[in-house]
Write a protein that binds this ligand. Structure first.
Ligand code: UGA
Length: 441
């Protein structure tokens, strides 16, 4: 089988590479010449564990190619996946200009029956617009070629994307014809070996499934953050409460970890977009609006704890930050809580020394030059003479550090842990002042 994947961002690159991995002939397409030239040499635009090796291996085997030339790449394909960006507009709705631009280009150059698949997260109703765009271009050419659209949302987690793709919990595909269903079933057959299902449904339902999944997960997180904040007030420990409720299989023990708010490119954007879609159609998503506002407040919780500890005076103080990316195993800084924390610390006259295993370059890019923000070469260097350590991202290497050494490097033995990776009691016994989220001081 032969496919084209348009857009070599995070989703497109993982999708194309994983399809190549099972023997499908894949061309990944992008308008960005530099990106394509880099990819041909194995230089990736993002960090994702295991992806670089997989790209190199498949390029080497001749199953994975990169090109800026959609017109040639689309010829003879069974399916074309649209995985270009849908940046949020000012009002929170997704901007479809890239998706529809690609659809038009496909319509201009396809040479046989083709399934045009939306893979980027797009608002409910987008596949219909894609269909119209392709059809219009075919009509302009006077072409009688037939095609189908399909919606195939991705459920990849950054940092675990390859595993998620190769061993999915489920694959959701919205289709309009048996022929399209057949093509999609054949493409995904190699990934269904673990007995997990491919679920076919109508196109709007598939589009909605993606938003419902992300919104439900975001809701779980905001709910737990609310509970954690209340635990602190009421003398309870959210770690206990989490275990207590998570062992009820109806609730489940995943995605109920409180913290400093969800970030990344997906939850914040998708929650906003669904609220917006509802609004445009005369409905108000009450729960999601609260999910969003709880999350905004939660990003400030760590900073508020710093203010309390230092009695509102942070001028000239230095804070060590462990972790910058919105979550471990990625260099993605989009909507990262660290950005809010750093901004607030700087506004109070504090200095920041940050360390992150992979996101420093991205962070420098987003934060810009600032005399009061420095980056350490490792986690211990960041602690030297700092007034407190703030744990911002729960990278595995931060979980079991040498507390003795930390105690000596820090000016004050204060740890404010935004991810609850340490045990309060253990640290207090070692003489640290320790503050977590939803736990007792
Ligand atoms: C999320 C979904 O998990 C994927 O299924 C989906 O495909 C993807 O969005 C997408 O729409 O593309 P991702 O944003 O990569 O994936 O990261 P997650 O692992 O879901 O984490 C999201 C945020 O929630 C992070 O900021 C994380 O720190 C936070 N989180 C997660 C918590 O605060 N508590 C938890 O218990 C779990």
């Amino acid at each position: 089988m032969k496919i084209a994947v348009v857009g070599t961002g995070y989703v497109g690159l993982v999708t194309g590479t994983c399809f190549a991995e099972v023997g499908i002939d894949v061309t990944c397409i992008d308008v960005n010449v530099k990106k394509i030239e880099d990819l041909k040499q194995g230089i990736l635009p993002i960090y994702e564990p295991g992806l670089e090796e997989m790209v190199l291996r498949n390029v080497d085997k001749g199953r994975l190619g990169f090109s800026t030339d959609l017109a040639s790449a689309i010829k003879g394909c069974d399916a074309a996946f649209i995985a270009v960006g849908t940046p949020p507009g000012e009002d929170g709705s997704a901007d479809l200009k890239y998706v529809l631009g690609v659809a038009r280009e496909i319509g201009q150059h396809m040479d046989d029956y083709l399934v045009v698949v939306t893979k980027s997260t797009v608002p409910v109703g987008t596949a219909k617009k894609v269909k119209q765009a392709v059809a219009e271009e075919l009509e302009k050419r006077g072409s009688e070629l037939s095609f189908d659209v399909a919606s195939n949302p991705e459920f990849l987690k950054e940092g675990a994307a390859i595993d998620d793709f190769l061993k999915p919990d489920r694959i959701v595909v919205g289709v309009e014809s048996e022929q399209a269903e057949e093509v999609m079933r054949k493409l995904y057959k190699p990934f269904l070996m673990n007995g997990h299902p491919i679920i076919f449904m109508d196109v709007p339902s598939a589009e909605m499934t993606k938003y419902a999944a992300n919104s439900m997960l975001a809701t779980k997180i905001s709910f737990m953050n609310d509970i954690a904040n209340l635990c602190e007030i009421m003398g309870a420990d959210v770690n206990m409460v989490r275990r207590g409720i998570g062992s009820d299989s109806r609730i489940g023990n995943k995605f109920i970890y409180p913290g400093i708010g969800y970030g990344g490119s997906c939850f914040p954007k998708d929650v906003k977009a669904l609220i917006k879609t509802a609004e445009e159609n005369g409905y108000s998503m009450q729960i999601l609006k609260s999910v969003e506002s709880v999350n905004e407040n939660q990003k400030e919780v760590l900073f508020n704890k710093v203010m309390k500890q230092f009695e509102g005076n942070l001028t000239g103080k230095t804070f060590a930050l462990w972790g910058l990316s919105f979550k471990p195993k990625t260099d993605d800084m989009r909507e990262a809580p660290s950005l809010v924390i750093i901004e607030k610390l700087l506004a109070e006259g504090a200095n920041v020394v940050a360390y992150d295993p992979v996101a420093i370059k991205e962070a420098q890019h987003m934060i810009g030059e600032n005399d009061r923000v420095a980056y350490a070469k490792d986690e211990y260097e960041a602690l030297i003479d700092a007034d407190a350590l703030l744990v911002v991202t729960e990278w595995p290497e931060f979980r079991s550090p040498n507390f003795q050494v930390m105690g000596k490097l820090l000016k004050n033995k204060v740890i404010i842990d935004g991810r609850n990776i340490y045990e309060a009691k253990e640290l207090q016994e070692m003489g640290f002042a320790y503050y977590g989220i939803g736990v007792q001081e």
